[in-house]
Design a protein. Structure first.
Length: 186
């Protein structure tokens, strides 16, 4: 329940943003719409995600190659050059074959979720003397299960898993920005 002091402290923390509340709401609504569009066509959302990651890898690889020539006298030239070339090559592969790239990225996502989940469960059990350690274990179990579900469905689910993550991220970010904008208006 919001009290007058809650609203006053909120306004005190963001006075310069109060006049811009409509921009937050507009951006939030646009992100919500984009998330719903992504949810309606998960395959296209997956391909867009892969192309985005591929573009980032290609640009980063090119910069790393340029950087390698900039530090040529350092003695690590070959490592920087090879690393940049591999990064750029991965970006090119993402553009040339986004389905293959989505399959690889989905498998990496599954492995990462499995590893993170198992580590969280372990950390939770190691935190047993502390209050609420069970929440850490529960979060780890959920993360592990998400990784297992993705791994079991691989490679077929690589056509839509990344799209689901993108859609949910857009929807939650949109809802958050919309709520933040309306809170600024009050």
């Amino acid at each position: 329940m919001a009290t007058t002091s809650d609203n006053t402290s909120f306004e005190r923390g963001f006075p310069e943003l109060r006049d811009k509340w409509g921009w937050f709401v507009a951006l939030g609504v646009l992100m919500l719409i984009a998330g719903l569009i992504a949810m309606a066509n998960l395959f296209v959302a997956t391909v867009v995600s892969v192309l985005y990651v591929g573009a980032l890898m290609l640009v980063s690889g090119i910069f790393q190659i340029v950087h390698a020539f900039g530090v040529k006298g350092w003695g690590q030239f070959a490592w920087w050059l090879v690393s940049g070339m591999l990064y750029a090559a991965a970006g090119v592969v993402a553009f040339m074959n986004p389905i293959l790239a989505s399959s690889v990225l989905t498998l990496v996502l599954a492995a990462t979720l499995l590893a993170a989940g198992v580590i969280r469960v372990w950390v939770g059990f190691e935190s047993r003397p502390n209050a609420n350690w069970g929440w850490i274990v529960a979060a780890g179990v959920i993360t592990t299960l998400a990784g297992l579900i993705i791994a079991i469905g691989w490679p077929v689910n690589s056509l839509f898993v990344l799209g689901i993550f993108l859609a949910f991220d857009l929807i939650f970010q949109g809802a958050t920005l919309t709520a933040f904008g309306f809170a600024l208006k009050r």
